[in-house]
Design a protein around this ligand. Sequence first.
Ligand code: N01
Length: 530
Amino acid sequence: MQEFEVVVVGAGVSGLYLLHRLRQDGWRVRVLEAGSDIGGTWYWNRYPGLRCDIESQQYSYSFSEELQREWHWTERYATREEIQRYLHHVAERFDLRRDIEFNTRVTRTTWDDATGHWRIERTPGDPIRARVLIMATGALSQPNLPDIPGIRDYRGPIYHTAVWPKEGVDFTGLDVGVIGTGSSGIQVIPHIARQARSLTVFQRSANFVIPSFNKPLAADVEQAFKDHHAEIRETMRTNSGGYLVDPEPEPLMGQPREKVREVLEKHYRIGGLAFTHVYPDVKSDRKANEVVCEFMRDKIRERVADKALAEKLVPRGFPFGTKRLCVDADYFETYNRANVRLVDLNETPFTRFDADGVATTAEHIKLDALVCATGYDAVTGALNAIDIRGRGGASLKEHWADGPSTYLGLSVAGFPNLFNIIGPQSPSILSNVIVSIEQHVEWVTDFLKDARAMGKTRIEATPQAETAWNARCAALVAETFYPEAKSWYMGANVPGKPRVMLAFVGGVGAYRQICQDIRKKGYEGFRLET
Ligand code: N01
């Protein structure tokens, strides 16, 4: 059986950096990738309108001084195409492709305790084995398909935003339906509306949305980032979200109403996710949170001409910040077009699909094409899609039947020499994920080097450390508003998925410090064996 020291699953942003670091450290590595190219979520997601909602310069690797200096981003928010060009540049620059096996899906991995190896089954191809297995399968990579009665009877094409056809889709002259109004939906809807004869948007939950105010990246802005990147990157690594924010020094409560409105307006005009962090008390004070909710609702009312329609698009029933803020371009204005209509599924739910379209409790809607912008079985979905078997044949999926249970989001007791990059109970999904990825990759590769220097070949989290981490994650989340929202953060979007917060909510800076301290204490909470 072919053998490697380390096998990495996934050639997205995590897998590429892992490969670079592991090779630098002298390990014999193989990356297995299901797609035909690098990019991970940026490879599979190709829907029109797709951009990253973190600013381009911040959504880039920081590990190489030269890479940062030489790469030129053209816009404030990068398109999917530009991100892919960047990742291709990275792959060429660091000569990564030669150790990546494309079109190879990992189906099952089994720990062999007698030899201290992972047996990795893939299709196509024979099994291979490795001492260390690193899952770089991504947090948002397992599409969530809606299970609506009769959907299999529908004869038109069904597209999912997460696995868009390579050749693109032409909606010209078609009657199109879109299910879903999260980040993907709000990006794709304006584009489809401009092409289609008619567009019906099926909305289950309205979302808070802020404009991106995207624009070409000005030369002086680009240069300032490059000139000060050491300080900027340090700020991003040590703050809460891993991206730049400009919070007000004083809490919202206690400020005059007019002043608050002025400040919110100023930050709204800047646009983007930083708006989540304007006032420090919005995450903890219900009244402060409601002020921001109402400000954002008014913005929707300003953008949508039909007042009754605007009220349907206004989010209610969950605090601001408990679902990911969506970043748009022309989303609400799209509803001012004559060819676009909204079906509020709370008023008129789906009853059944048939060959020609879908019926709700109020009507039948003929559809030539259906787009599911219904998101992901996030964070645990891609890991549970692989049959991962630890010591004694224990199944990771079964271990997580009531929700993820990990040490640091990276490691699981009973699953030696297995690491999950940006896994559940790490800050990944609440952060600028590339900052979380770099931190995980660096910490894990340092760990492997340290273990080698100590002559240790087996690394495993202790059950006690895992239990304590679960308790720590749960205690932190209990102090927040997150559990109040039916969000994908909480697993609420996938029927049957345990309703548990999927992330460590303490922020990237605090998390980094915890990981650093554990390393300083000789990898406290891990058992190391020869
Ligand atoms: O997925 P989502 P997404 N019937 O889960 C609805 C990142 N991202 O792909 O809210 C009817 O947010 C669902 O309704 P509800 C970003 O982190 C980033 O849009 O569950 N509706 C919701 O409206 C983001 O948060 C970028 O009630 C159904 C929508 O489908 C994350 O990915 C771009 C349904 C799904 O929204 C996920 O975003 C895109 C059903 N059965 C994504 N099932 C950028 O960087 C689901 N829905 C810009």
